[in-house]
Design a binder for this molecule. Structure first.
Ligand SMILES: NC(=O)c1ccc[n+]([C@@H]2O[C@H](COP(=O)([O-])OP(=O)(O)OC[C@H]3O[C@@H](n4cnc5c(N)ncnc54)[C@H](O)[C@@H]3O)[C@@H](O)[C@H]2O)c1
Length: 266
């Protein structure tokens, strides 16, 4: 007899590990999940505690792109806090904007190492453990940049790679009861993005102009999608990439037709 999914089975009844959890989307996700009653452990290359007292901070610097550190770190986290049944891969760095001839390969390597290799390393290490236990859910944070083009050459390639490995790992571990999905945030109002706007490298007006909803995404909105993809409410879903972008992808081609319409005034 084939096993039917059980709506009441809590897929995250172990701990939820959030990488890049000290800031931005990772921090918003850790806070939301802790508020829902999950046992949450955050790791970060610059570890800092969050306000929510229930969130456990892994005190050592955790670099997702360092294979030996990931292997020993995950083993130590499970020894200290118990099995990981939910993983959120939110650690990442933004791409530097350059014309193609100005791309410096040390920047290319850094972005690919953290955003793609780091996501794969943590997902593989934790996912193999989940597969042995036949239980778990993983959400990788990709980006609309991985679904479109832009002058952030290594970043777009890394994020497209994250969307691809999400499918591959979903197929790899589907029979072992492990689901693997991605979210692709649009421009999200984290401190990292606000710093880009404050420095003049990005313009808020340009960022929102092509979004159907004419605004940035809030970190908690990405967190809510991640929490849903970790939960049994999405028990039939694996291998998908869910944009959380205030309609950026839907709206970004309308410029060719004269732009998006303003809301009717009544
Ligand atoms: N903010 C946006 O507009 C946006 C849009 C699309 C995708 N994203 C993606 O969302 C994720 C989070 O971005 P954010 O905006 O919250 O950024 P952020 O800078 O606020 O948070 C990223 C966190 O990751 C940590 N980190 C960086 N390198 C690391 C490493 N090697 N190992 C472990 N931790 C590391 C940082 O210290 C930081 O705490 C990233 O993958 C980013 O690419 C963000």
């Amino acid at each position: 007899m084939t096993r039917q999914p059980c709506q009441h089975q809590k897929e995250t009844d172990g701990i939820v590990l959030v990488t890049g959890g000290s800031r931005g989307i990772g921090a918003a996700t850790a806070t939301l999940l802790a508020g829902q009653g999950h046992k949450v452990v955050i790791v970060d290359i610059l570890p800092e505690p969050l306000e929510e007292a229930a969130i456990m901070l892994w005190p050592e610097a955790f670099d997702v792109s360092n294979e030996a550190a990931v292997t020993s770190g995950i083993a130590a986290i499970e020894a200290a806090h118990g099995p990981i049944s939910g993983l959120v891969n939110a650690a990442g760095i933004f791409g530097k904007m350059h014309p193609v001839e100005k791309v410096r390969m040390e920047n290319w390597d850094r972005e690919i190492n953290i955003d793609l290799r780091g996501t794969f390393l943590v997902a593989r290490n934790v996912g193999e453990r989940m597969a042995r236990r036949k239980h778990g859910a993983i959400v990788n944070v990709a980006s609309v940049a991985g679904m479109t083009s832009g002058p952030i050459h290594a970043y777009t390639a890394a994020k497209a790679g994250v969307i691809q490995i999400t499918q591959t790992l979903a197929a790899e571990w589907g029979r072992a009861g492990v689901r693997v999905n991605a979210v692709s945030p649009g421009f999200t109002r984290t401190a990292a993005l606000e710093a880009g706007i404050a420095s003049g490298a990005l313009s808020r007006e340009r960022l929102v102009r092509n979004a159907a909803m004419n605004r940035l995404v809030e970190p908690v909105e990405v967190a809510q999608a991640i929490a849903w993809l970790l939960s049994p409410a999405s028990s039939g879903i694996t291998g998908v990439n869910l944009p959380v972008d205030a309609g950026f992808i839907a709206g970004s081609t309308w410029d060719a037709y004269g732009g998006l319409r303003e809301a009717p005034s009544n």
